[in-house]
Design a protein around this ligand. Structure first.
Ligand code: CP
Length: 317
């Protein structure tokens, strides 16, 4: 069966998930992002790659980093950017998602950047616009399923600081169960040949059978930290939890919060990552979040170049 995000020529038509994305496509996105890094600087001129194209940001769920960096990225590429305010749109009057898409398509949309609480919403839109090859869908996070541009910017960050994926130990720590970020990063790392990907957390916050994704499972954080090159901390996604999965946030911090003491068990040059938003004192101590090993804010900046790369490649440039 054809990969739904590739066209008949094997080119990227939509970006829906990292799962099943060929390694060479990921490398192409990361290399293209590298070529854009300078253009993300404030005083550098825009490039005309998306001139005359309309990018619609459709965020049915809250966002700070993803929505804003998509907007900056699209503007850097000279696109017209339309941010639909979902709360004041006709979605609030009961218009269906696909009717909204049809109406925006009638306004000559070229690209939809979609965040939705329901897993699969971007896939549904991509299927709906099949037969319109000028239309592209980018998943900006769907339910607990996937967040491919976050996974790609995480890969970009790892490659920037650590160069070679095939020599890395990466620990993903915390609420993996509800995390689309974790799923996308794990698929990306395994595709790129990372030999040691670990998930660390209590049984209640790790998906059943997670080891089938090619990861090692640790319930003891001290064990999970040993010898790591990078630690990716995850937020407790309370909004997705059905019932109490933890005794308390304080108890969670004691066992799985990243402190300077726990970080000392990783390699001396290990980097600390977090997709944001952070909950200080729950999954990460401020001394670590703001410390010299943290690359959390550079991740955000790299996100602009990575999103520029994705949109430029989709538009055929
Ligand atoms: N990392 C991330 O998706 O952050 P936002 O929810 O702020 O977009």
């Amino acid at each position: 069966m054809r990969n739904p995000q590739l066209n008949a020529h094997g080119e990227l038509q939509h970006l829906l998930t990292i799962e099943g994305l060929p390694r060479e496509v990921i490398v192409h996105i990361l290399d293209t992002a590298g070529s854009f890094v300078g253009i993300t600087e404030r005083d550098v001129k825009k490039v005309p790659i998306l001139r005359g194209k309309s990018v619609f940001n459709l965020f049915f769920e809250n966002s700070t980093r993803t929505r804003t960096t998509f907007e900056i990225a699209a503007k850097r590429l000279s696109a017209d950017v339309i941010n639909l305010n979902i709360n004041t749109s006709s979605a609030a009057k009961g218009e269906s998602l696909l009717d909204t898409i049809d109406n925006l398509s009638a306004m000559h949309a070229d690209m939809f950047v979609v965040r939705h609480a329901s897993s699969g919403a971007p896939h549904l839109i991509a299927r709906h616009v099949e037969g319109h090859p000028h239309l592209h869908v980018v998943n900006a996070g769907d339910g607990r399923h996937a967040h491919p541009t976050q996974g790609l910017l995480d890969l970009y960050t790892l490659r920037h600081y650590k160069q070679d994926f095939t020599r890395l130990s990466v620990a993903v720590v915390g609420d993996v169960l509800h995390s689309r970020v974790a799923r996308s990063l794990i698929h990306g790392l395994t595709t790129m040949g990372t030999p040691d990907v670990r998930v660390v957390g209590p049984k209640t916050l790790l998906p059943e059978g997670v080891e089938k994704l090619g990861v090692r499972v640790f319930h003891d954080m001290n064990e999970g930290m040993k010898g790591c090159d990078a630690i990716v901390m995850l937020r407790l996604q309370n909004e997705r939890m059905k019932g109490p999965l933890l005794p308390s946030a304080q108890e969670f911090f004691k066992s799985y919060g990243l402190t300077a003491e726990k970080l000392a068990l990783a390699k001396p040059d290990a980097i600390v990552m977090h997709p944001g938003p952070m909950n200080r004192g729950v999954e990460i101590d401020s001394a670590v979040a703001d410390g010299p090993r943290s690359v959390i804010l550079p991740q955000v900046t790299f996100g602009i170049a990575v999103r520029m790369a994705v949109m430029a490649i989709l538009a055929g440039n």
